[in-house]
Design a protein around this ligand. Sequence first.
Ligand SMILES: Cc1ncc(COP(=O)(O)O)c(C=O)c1O
Length: 388
Amino acid sequence: MSGRMNQLGTESAFEVLARAAALQRAGRDIINLGIGQPDFPTPPHIVEAAKKALAEGHHGYTPANGILPLREAVAADLHRRHGVTVSPDRVLVVPGGKVTMFFAMMMLGEAGAEIIYPNPGFPIYESVIKFSGAKPVPMALHEDKGFSFSAEEVLALITPRTRLLIVNSPANPTGGVVPKAEMDKLVAGLVRHPHVAILSDEIYGEMLYDGQKHVSLLTYPEIADRVILLDGWSKTYAMTGWRMGYGVWPEALFPFAERLAINDHSCVNAAAQYGGIAALQGPRAPVDAMVKAFAERRAYIIPALNKLPGLRCANPGGAFYAFPNIEGTGMDSRTFQSRLLDEAGIATVSGTSFGEYGNGYVRFSYAASLEQIKTAIGRIDGWLNAKR
Ligand SMILES: Cc1ncc(COP(=O)(O)O)c(C=O)c1O
């Protein structure tokens, strides 16, 4: 076994899922608020487009970067959402959002290099940074800033060894959205550090509430030659199982990303790519309805969590996660997570699964029905009060 395998971490949300499923099989009534995917089916017009592609014989390899009509649809969608013009030649369609982050870190990380990443943040960042041999440098997200970073603090972490900075807004696990003023400050500072590439993970870019606006890092011409955009279909179109994502790569990096794709997976499932076109070009109503449902659940769960003894929950405006502080319960995050699952049948994910700065917090996903969420809150209330 290579030494680097010891560096590879994992995503413990999948472990919680397995434990919750085992308890369910044993007959327990489990409510799963640990899950990181929409609880909606993929809209039917997308499913139909993929079925049609199969019926019409799209069974072979496609170009490694993805079929041209799909890459054109991605470029048109980026123009619609962010007002930017991106050549379809810079779009690399990959099997899921994760692949763009893996490629970026394999391309830029090595021993002696440093990569700055959000903490608490998506656990795969830290895992793959270590796997690449680079040093992971955590950037703190602050509860009192709606789980945004401080641009000044981030810029102070940059050294001559920094190769890559990872930004994720709206964020997993906190739901945090970086305000435009903070993003502007960060970009203004990055101009002074031309050796740093930026990976902007915008996979939750269409999941915003309370009038919050998403600021894409693609919209800043002063850093355009070093921004790698990570986006995809998983969350916006409820397509996590299709494995459809894309990266927009700077021209100079694109050939290397494509070469990684050819070495790794050749191309993305052909029929899924046709589904991807239907998603981007089809009606927006299914996406709007899903976001509306998340907004209703969020309007319930955040105040409800704040009323629970020992919990304090910020109200950031994106994704589909609440990230309450649970220190007032006297339990640490992992104990809270495992006792809540075992004793009250509610699956959540400990904040420590998202990095050391997640200590004291627990992630609640509201990708569950309002009815389930209400039942869960009632059970947690009973469970916490029984302890007092
Ligand atoms: C912040 C973030 N980026 C990327 C991904 C990966 O998405 P995909 O399932 O498309 O690989 C996730 C999935 O949970 C995520 O939370």
